[in-house]
Design a protein around this ligand. Structure first.
Ligand SMILES: [Zn+2]
Length: 279
């Protein structure tokens, strides 16, 4: 079933687990994400970034996710990831997305507050929840995201930002990166505790790929309720395609796509199971 993202993440916050938000682009990857969530009896978020709007038909994508989500045995939410333009957000809201992320992290604090506030007022009228980001993630290897400054989230800024904008959940920059880490990950759990103490809305971790499992679990224990996963699934999919086409050069496209879906379900299920924090 398709559900409201705020309700999904509030339940995660109360249950002390995190929902996987998979960046996906087409029917096979959406189906794989839903199958992975169903295998673990966990909710899931389907995330599409603004940067894919030129190649993915947004209204068509939303209709597909709603149709697949309606048949699912687990809660499914449709989320707009990293949107920089108000027009993209309005388009996602009109298409039936459950939540949107407005990324004003490149602006000054004051400008970010002003613009996020406006987005919140537009989204809330439609019953759509809003994620924002304070601080900015750096970009590691194999990432398809914009370069960020790597500035960590300041807990006092986070508190003021949430109070002034009314956002529903906040992405905290605590040392994870978009993509794979170039060196040893340096995740500041103490900073996360300070952010958690300063604000009470669900917290989001971007940069799930390549972060050691033990650290992921510690971030969930400290209030992370949603974790974005993009690069690791993309790497698994591309690696499968390379090997599969090399092994079966005269294969049919329909079977390549079906096998691709089957191949990434285990990689996605591993994240969903880890984020369930059942241990
Ligand atoms: Zn991100």
């Amino acid at each position: 079933m398709i559900v409201n993202t705020k309700e999904m993440l509030t339940a995660a916050q109360q249950g002390n687990y995190a929902v996987a938000a998979f960046n996906v682009y087409n029917q096979e990857t959406v189906q794989a994400a839903v199958r992975a969530a169903e295998s673990q009896s966990m909710p899931v978020m389907i995330a599409l970034g603004e940067r894919y709007f030129p190649t993915v038909d947004v209204e068509g994508f939303a209709a597909m996710v709603k149709a697949i989500g309606a048949k699912s045995s687990v809660p499914v939410a449709l989320h707009l990831d990293h949107a920089y333009e108000k027009e993209s957000i309005e388009r996602a809201i009109a298409s039936g997305f459950s939540s949107v992320m407005y990324d004003g992290s490149k602006y000054s604090f004051e400008q970010n507050v002003e613009q996020t506030k406006e987005i919140v007022s537009i989204a809330h009228i439609a019953g759509v929840s809003v994620e924002a980001e304070i601080g900015s993630l750096a970009r590691g290897s194999f990432s398809d995201e914009e370069e960020g400054s790597g500035t960590m989230t300041n807990p006092a800024d986070a508190k003021q930002f949430v109070a002034e904008t009314g956002v529903d959940f906040l992405a905290a920059a605590i040392g994870t990166v978009h993509g794979m880490y170039s060196g040893e990950p340096n995740i500041n759990l103490q900073l996360l505790e300070q952010i958690r103490a300063a604000i009470d809305i669900p917290l989001v971790l971007h940069g799930g790929s390549g972060t050691p499992d033990a650290i992921i679990v510690e971030t969930i224990k400290r209030g992370i309720c949603k974790i974005n996963v993009n690069t690791e699934i993309s790497l698994a999919a591309v690696s499968f395609l390379k090997d599969h086409v090399a092994a079966y050069p005269s294969t049919h496209l329909s079977s390549v796509m079906a096998e691709l879906e089957n191949a990434i379900v285990p990689a996605m299920s591993r994240f969903v199971s880890l984020f369930a924090n059942r241990a």
